[in-house]
Design a protein around this ligand. Structure first.
Ligand code: GSH
Length: 292
């Protein structure tokens, strides 16, 4: 890589070499499938193909919240798409999400089955399908959707910007870290001010806006994302910290975080989820214990 101070972009950029950063092996300048693969389909109406990254956790938390509210039609099978291994470029996955990113959902309760990609679109689809976790009166619904779309537009600065340059880039580049730290802290301040006067993002009601924002900005303040809580002085965003703890204590959130998780403590990893009982019997500590 060139010295940043002397780098001059070529007239036309060429894809010549990996840049050395984490995930470099899966970065490509073209879309589309690289292999023929068929995805598994389980017994439930909803089939989720995902991973427990912040965008993936949004959907598993949503599904667990819907089930906790008694919506049995939200029963789902969840399969791991290992993005480090390039599973997102298999043809079966690309048929559901031409953008090759998790999460992706198929709803087999419709004829023909409905595909949904983009985590925000999935949250909205499920909220509308089950009439839950989205306010029904127009003003509150508008507020909720504003925060949902705020998250979708803001998180790339946090993930692709701050997280990438702080945690994953092969070199620490002060200019990039400064630029995206500034923006990340500004976003945390936006949330902190909103949560100073509101229990949840849209007032007293817990909604898909909280479900979208929490896995990114809430988890960031706990140090579980990029190990950056101290660097960002996250504890000073007191209202975000209070809201983060309240949401983390919800049973559906505890379950949702475990689904499709392939790292961390074994008892918190449920690689595939096919049944509510799987949380008690199929976590990795039990699966690996059974092999001994
Ligand atoms: N805007 C998308 C972003 C999804 C996304 O970036 N997913 C990441 C994991 S968090 C991914 O699949 N990355 C694989 C890749 O970039 O090849 C959403 O919210 O669904």
């Amino acid at each position: 890589m060139n010295d940043p101070a002397s780098y001059e972009p070529a007239k036309v950029w060429k894809w010549e070499a990996q840049n050395g950063g984490a995930f470099a092996n899966i970065n490509r300048p073209i879309s589309g499938a690289t292999s023929e693969t068929k995805l598994p389909v389980g017994k439930h109406p909803l089939q989720l193909y995902s991973l427990a990254t912040p965008n993936g956790v949004k959907v598993t938390v949503m599904l667990e919240e819907l089930l906790a509210l008694g919506h049995s039609g939200a029963e789902y099978d969840a399969y791991v798409i290992n993005i480090r291994d390039g599973d997102q470029f298999g043809s079966g996955f690309v048929d559901i999400n031409p953008n090759s990113k998790i999460p992706a959902l198929m709803d087999h309760s419709t004829s023909p089955p409905t595909r949904i990609f983009e985590s925000g679109a999935i949250l909205l689809y499920l909220a509308e399908k089950f009439g839950a976790l989205l306010p029904s009166d127009p003003a509150n619904r508008a507020e909720c959707l504003s925060w949902l779309f705020w998250q979708m537009g803001s998180a790339p600065y946090l993930g692709g910007g701050f997280g990438h340059f702080y945690a994953y880039a092969p070199h620490k580049i002060e200019y990039c870290i400064d630029r995206f730290t500034m923006e990340t802290k500004r976003q945390l301040d936006v949330l902190d001010r909103r949560l100073a006067d509101n229990k949840f993002m849209c007032g007293d009601e817990y909604t898909i806006a909280d479900i979208a924002i929490w896995p990114w900005y809430g988890v960031l303040t706990t140090n579980a994302l990029y190990g950056a809580a101290e660097f960002l002085d996250a504890q000073t965003y007191k209202n975000v910290v209070r809201w983060t703890k309240e949401i983390a204590a919800r049973d559906a959130v505890k379950r949702g975080r475990m689904v499709n998780r392939i790292n961390g403590p074994l008892e918190e990893q449920l690689h595939e989820r096919h049944d509510a009982g799987d949380f008690d019997t199929k976590t990795q500590d039990k699966v690996e214990g059974a092999k001994d």
